[in-house]
Write a protein that binds this ligand. Sequence first.
Ligand code: NDP
Length: 336
Amino acid sequence: NRRIVLNSRPHGAPKSDNFRLEETELPELTQGNLLLRTVYLSLDPYMRGRMSDKPSYAAPVSIGEVMVGGTVCQVEQSMHPDYQEGDWVLANSGWQEYALSDGTGLMPLGRDLEHPSRSLGVLGMPGFTAYMGLLDIGQPAEGETVVVAAATGAVGSVVGQIAKLKGCRVVAVAGGPEKCKAGVETFGFDECLDHYASDFAQQLTTACPQGIDVYFESVGGKVFDAVLPLLNTKARIPICGMIAHYNDTGLPEGPDRLPMLMQTFLIKRIKAQGFIIFDDYGPRYDEFLSEMKPWVEQGKVKFMEDVVDGLENAPTAFMGLLDGKNFGKLVVKVAS
Ligand code: NDP
């Protein structure tokens, strides 16, 4: 059984020596438990937070402990009354090939699962995040302008497409010409702007002649800098993530712009609300699935996956995720 543990805590961007690949004995099955074999492991930005021991909404991974992560697994052996060998489950078994479970927190996915990896992306946590954050907090209305960053990623691509289904003008932001092309051609966004362009803020102003009604915040940094002056009165900002800052080791240099930010919020009566998907919306997962499944099956919501082969490649792929190297939902194929 191979597994990847946290070897040390990163200072700034994670490096390979923050991770350690270990070989352990297969855990022994006992009554009431099941042995899970990981088929796909999800890699997500929140894992950067778990590598740090700063206070947060979830406990950090301890040094020497297996890295946390959502997985799609098959039951290899079962001594649990509710599961049989061969069943598919959505689990949180982390960066390892096998794990023991007593069934707590597992979500059954049936015996014939045609597309296992989708349960980690468009039909899983990131899709759920997009759906609730946009619809419940963003409240997009027909004809409004929605701006979404990291727009070809797991969350952003779904946000932008739901906004299109609701009749909004979608101005997407992504890193580089290839991703921007996919934003328009694959996901159907009205425009997709490259945040690496030197005149990005000017491009955003031109692309939003009616201002911005909803900004789905996943990034922070200079994308938010460009968005702020364009926000309309009564704009909504679901605060989903701040990936441009996850590796920060201190506050940025420069003048204190907090008063300017708060005054903008006051004068324009802007509503900005953070959310943590399962903590805030857990009981509404079925509602999400019942709407998203048909959208995906009917091709109304498209998705892209970036599949990396082999558990040993998870650290490099994860480091790349924080740097925009993934193209679509990042998953690791741990076993066939
Ligand atoms: P993605 O698949 O979108 O991958 C991350 C992307 O972020 C990169 O590909 C890159 O896209 C972009 N990015 C990275 N650094 C920067 C930067 N400095 N400036 C601009 N863009 C950057 O990841 P997810 O869809 O899984 O997650 C998106 C966001 O949603 C994250 O902030 C994550 O933490 C958050 N999230 C929050 C949840 C919640 O419950 N609140 C749940 C799930 C996710 P590009 O190359 O296009 O710039």
